[in-house]
Design a protein around this ligand. Sequence first.
Ligand code: ZN
Ligand code: ZN
Ligand code: ZN
Ligand code: ZN
Ligand code: ZN
Ligand code: ZN
Length: 278
Amino acid sequence: MEYSDVEGEIISDDSGSSLTEDSYSDDEEYHYDTVCAICDNGGELTCCEGKCCRLFHATPYSEGADESNCESLCLNPKVMEDLQPFKCENCEYSLHQCFVCAELGSSGKSSITKVFRCSSETCLHYYHPECVAKLLHQNDNTEQQTLKEKIAAWEPFICPAHKCAVCNQTENENVEDLQFAICRRCPNSYHRKCLPREIVFDHETDDYDAEIRAWNRLMTKSRALIYCLEHEIDPLLATPSRPVIARNVLNRMREQIQRKSQTYDPSLPVFILLRLGF
Ligand SMILES: [Zn+2]
Ligand SMILES: [Zn+2]
Ligand SMILES: [Zn+2]
Ligand SMILES: [Zn+2]
Ligand SMILES: [Zn+2]
Ligand SMILES: [Zn+2]
């Protein structure tokens, strides 16, 4: 069995998008994130040089991490110096989380692959084939099944985040109404003009008790960062709960297998368990 780090084929962004390939080359940073993958705040961030390309607060004392009470990667500063370039645990072990169900799955290109990355080059999300197929073909079981099989066979796919959840059209960053507001917790995106009224921007209210769900200037280009109405805001965090698993990833994977199956042999390494189909 082969374990290689080769990515699934990355194809250019959303057909029908007004973005041309030239506009990407203007700004190489375009497809990288701008906030911490754990707490969604900015500040002093460390970039994973593995395939996930995510940013993290390295320690609870990194600029921006204290403000958002970020769990952070809790890296020792000395270790970080030795670790340059830094690779996160998820990329180290090829275990990434599905952006729908938040379960960890193997993402290495092999016969045990469980989560697959969206083929849009601007997208950092991984999915189980069945989780994303359900969203892309909500009312058609046959289409769902077909797409699921295609994704599992490494055919490229574009996740739902690249079309507006209301009008099903793509983004146009040059027209303010058609710029995207992107949910950080699920693949729901909206044009600014299609955004539900209940989603309030930080600059729209002075009410201290108002539930803020949208921010400009946190993401690249013209996009807004939002938490859509499907997620309850935790009053202590001021964001929805933070599902990202970026520390002790192997142990968390083992816990997940244990939760789902009582019949596994706990002495076996995680990768053998995965290979056995757990
Ligand atoms: Zn953080
Ligand atoms: Zn990574
Ligand atoms: Zn899933
Ligand atoms: Zn995507
Ligand atoms: Zn729309
Ligand atoms: Zn959402």
